[in-house]
Design a protein around this ligand. Structure first.
Ligand SMILES: Nc1nc2c(c(=O)[nH]1)N[C@H]1C(S)=C(S)[C@@H](COP(=O)(O)O)O[C@H]1N2
Ligand SMILES: [Mo]
Length: 180
């Protein structure tokens, strides 16, 4: 795409509040690529996991997840990727929740190297069908993820609109109790 046309599209997108160029709004995706993720916060064991460590969790293979932005716009799809459940990762870290009712007040904050951040409630991940589809993924068609996704990403594949909780360049998973 020629620079003037690109600029026009970006400006139009900004004016309309619509991510016209959702996929190439970042000029140099390579600088956001993450090679490992950390698991921090209210956990017994802080974890640092690269792709090799992620492979040790039970594998989840996904055929296709359409990506729909929170605006309703179709922004593509994730196809033929492999990952592991966020729930299994958190079970390894062991959530620190001494009181019987602590977990119900906890959230899991997933953040990326570009600052993009989404949250899950403990109940979603551990006590709802949504949790079965929350995956940290690292392989597509048997190959490492490309730079626009980073080597490690996350998706909540059972969401109604899957774009928002598709986190490219995943960096940190933080467990936090948000209410006393
Ligand atoms: N790290 C990161 N992940 C992100 C975003 C972002 O800005 N940064 N945008 C999200 C939004 S709003 C959507 S709709 C989807 C769409 O995927 P795409 O940007 O690859 O089209 O990615 C999501 N994941
Ligand atoms: Mo979006």
């Amino acid at each position: 795409m020629s620079p003037p046309i690109r600029t026009l599209l970006v400006v139009t997108g900004l004016l309309c509040g619509v991510p016209v160029l959702a996929r190439d709004k970042v000029d140099d995706p390579a600088r956001f690529v993450t090679r490992e993720i950390t698991v921090t916060g209210a956990v017994e064991h802080d974890l640092r996991l690269g792709v090799d460590q992620l492979r040790e969790f039970p594998p989840q293979q996904i055929g296709e997840v359409p990506l729909v932005c929170q605006t309703g716009a179709n922004v593509g799809k994730l196809e033929n990727f492999r990952g592991v459940r966020l729930r299994d990762i958190l079970d390894r870290a062991v959530i620190r929740a001494p009181g019987h009712n602590d977990v119900k007040k906890m959230v899991i904050v997933a953040s990326a190297s570009d600052g993009y951040t989404v949250v899950f409630s403990w109940s979603e991940v551990f006590n709802s069908p949504v949790g079965d589809g929350v995956l940290v993924f690292f392989e597509k068609d048997g190959l490492p993820l490309a730079d626009d996704e980073g080597r490690i990403a996350l998706v909540s594949s059972r969401d109604i609109r899957t774009g928002p909780r598709h986190v490219r360049w995943l960096q940190d998973i933080e467990v936090r109790k948000v209410v006393d």
